[in-house]
Design a protein around this ligand. Sequence first.
Ligand SMILES: Nc1ncnc2c1ncn2[C@@H]1O[C@H](COP(=O)(O)OP(=O)(O)O)[C@@H](O)[C@H]1O
Ligand SMILES: [Mg+2]
Length: 370
Amino acid sequence: MFLNNLRLFNFKNHAEVNLAFDTPVNCIVGKNGSGKTNVLDAIHYLSFSKSSLNPSDVQNIKHQESGFFLRGNFTVNGKPKEVECTIQTAGKKVLREDGQDYARFSEHVGKYPVVLIAPQDIELIWDGAELRRRFVDTILSQIDRVFLEHLIVYTHQLKQRNSLLKNFSDSGQVDVQLLETYNARLIESGEYIFKSRQKFCLDFAGRVTQHYRYLAAEEAAGINYKSDLLEAGFSQLLKNSVQRDLALQRTTTGIHRDDFVFTLNGYEIRRVGSQGQQKSFLIALKLAEFEVIKAKLNVKPILLLDDIFDKLDDNRIHRLITLVAAGTFGQLFITDARPDRTLTILTEAGIKARIFTIESGTFTSTWLQT
Ligand SMILES: Nc1ncnc2c1ncn2[C@@H]1O[C@H](COP(=O)(O)OP(=O)(O)O)[C@@H](O)[C@H]1O
Ligand SMILES: [Mg+2]
């Protein structure tokens, strides 16, 4: 997949920017706060119809303006494709492909895959299970449409069941039969999600192990899938937890409680990993994501590398850049506040690139030829 042109209008700090990309490796350089990450986020928007940073669409509109507009012209499997996204303070989000509005955003998922490696990835290790579930679910949703449908159904039905439990508690009356029908709706989707996550994790963990070895050392990086459903069938679990669910007025068992435990030599990396090991783990995770999406969709995702040179030591940078030089990735976008560093790294690796420099809101591009 290749992004040929990108247009940003009133998106975050950018009033109007039109960029043309004609080469796989693109660097965006400029001082802190100049809007480098925002350009990557615009590409993220066109892929996921949302920001990687700010979950509120309207907060991505340039201050004092009433809406933003993004357009990307891609080449996918040799065909030109245009994706547009418009957000207005007063109005709905509109996502369009080749001039046609999507009725449901879920139809867009997986069509323009992007993999982002960014400073905030560390939250995947440090935060609660929800972020890790979202990470896995986002990959699965892109490669398996049925999974995405089940996830939408499950999320909706879980909310419904929880309000039912609350109603029971408010009214002091429990309708066991009604609860059974709610359970039935959860079970089918829950079982599908469980099986998908379990199968995915087995394959994915192996890839993470390999990438970690390549990037860092002969240590065993892994992922353990944790789920209530590993202990019993979902229907049995729901039966067993009726009293607790009624008492707590929420569904206390199910795949919404799953976790993916990141490990190093069998121990939780959050507890035993050094900063360097954790960073290597995160990059291994993202390289595995890239690989899985590429294999399943038969398209190389666009790779967004936000400020990663800041976070890695020379050896790991060298490893990663070796992959870039070998043409492992398709198109990639690298940001760096220190142009000299990026230029040196790329020049030494013999990588041809285009450099976009942001200065006082204006972009200029130069060609780095080695
Ligand atoms: N909605 C918005 N309107 C205007 N400016 C914004 C908005 N959101 C973020 N910004 C500005 O964008 C800048 C940060 O851009 P960013 O892409 O993160 O910079 P960097 O080049 O360091 O990656 C900040 O100056 C911030 O104030
Ligand atoms: Mg930044």
